[in-house]
Write a protein that binds this ligand. Structure first.
Ligand code: NI
Length: 187
């Protein structure tokens, strides 16, 4: 199983590289990798498992964070609706790509964190508030989906990892909480 020991931290060159496209038909290795990455996120959100294996909770993970420079990301965003406990987004995406995005920008009120960054970096990370993306599933089938708000922020954070971009690259260094007044702040 994937643990924190498998995750590389900031300063590692792989986190600054542009990841390679995954080719299809998918190798067993790449298929297994996607599944194990998603299991990691689920484990990290399970209090008992997370405690036993010292996992930091995460909602997204990108293959480069495991020192594997391939375009693979996984998302597991828990539901915030008590009536519906299903996760709001739980997916393995191969070759994800932003096709288009809103002009409207947004950021998370509490800033962002990353499993590859062992420190708090305060500040607003300004992103597109809505995106349209394409990706391939494990069968190679192409999908297009639209995401907004929190889910859109998480996916943009993970796709950034495929392009060697860290969340703090998007924080205004001089004034981390200075943003245009039309940027939406997501609570
Ligand atoms: Ni990250």
């Amino acid at each position: 199983m994937i643990t924190m020991d498998d995750i590389i931290r900031e300063g590692h060159p792989t986190l600054r590289a542009v990841a390679k496209e995954v080719s299809f038909p998918l190798s067993n290795e790449d298929k297994k990798l996607g599944e194990e990455m998603l299991t990691f996120l689920k484990n990290s959100q399970d209090p008992a498992v997370a405690e036993e294996y010292h996992l930091r909770g995460g909602v997204g993970l990108a293959a480069p964070q495991l020192d594997i420079s391939k375009k693979i990301i996984v998302l597991h965003v828990p539901s915030n609706d008590e009536e519906n406990p299903e996760p709001s987004l739980s997916m393995i995406m191969y070759n994800p790509k932003v096709l288009s995005h809103s002009v409207q920008e947004a950021c998370l009120a509490d800033g962002e964190g990353c499993l590859s960054v062992d420190r708090d970096v305060p500040g607003y990370v300004v992103r597109h508030s809505r995106i349209s993306i394409s990706y391939q599933d494990k069968e190679g089938q192409k999908h297009k989906i639209r995401l907004k708000n929190y889910e859109a922020m998480v996916v943009q954070h993970e796709i950034d990892h495929l392009n060697g971009i860290m969340f703090y690259d998007r924080i205004n260094e001089e004034a981390p909480f200075a943003i245009d007044k039309d940027v939406e702040i997501i609570q």
